[in-house]
Design a protein. Sequence first.
Length: 240
Amino acid sequence: MEKSKENLSSYFDTQVDRFSNLVTGQQSIIDAPVMLKELALAAKTLAPNAKNILDIGCGGGNQTLNILSVLPELDCTLLDISPEMLNRAKEKISSVTTHSVETVLSDLRDAPLKENSYDIITACAVLHHLREEDDWRVNFKRLFNLLKDGGVLLVSDFLRYDNEKLQAVEMARWEKYLRETLGDKEGERILASVAATDTPRSLEFQISLLKDSGFKEVAVLHKENLFAAYCAVKLALEDK
């Protein structure tokens, strides 16, 4: 596990320019602009009085910038395993807000974060790095515990199908998209990286796990090919 984290950190350190650009950082994701729009709308609708946001695996900060476009008065906490990504994200976000921007160099599993502290948690293209089922279960429960009552979890991510025939068809479709959009060389690099480091789970698995973790309201905002955006609300005790 530690070696895997080191490899990911080193890789993302070299990809700061690409991932911190709103266009190039999202090109490998089908319907990325649609999902960004849906997540911002969900944030504004479900957490209009939010005071802060935690961005898990913040990368270049694009997801936080997306949420700040509709909720500009947020204190921001940025979490990533890449110091170069954190530096770039803080620089970009600090340029558009006068509120606090805190960075945490860590993995979700180990980060020194206080429970019941966040109105919004966002995780963009990061949860698919979780490994075995227990890893998913423990960290989904941690996301639930980090939120305040009434807090909202916003996720967009790479996933898979449990049905292997569907999975093969959708992977072939994505490969075609990558080659047409980014070229054969970059498409092959992305596919090789996915095969080596990613362990996505189905949308159905994730929704079930959210509910097992304590979330009572879960909604799929968008799904296309191997990518989806969803939200979940941690209800206050009086609303349960």
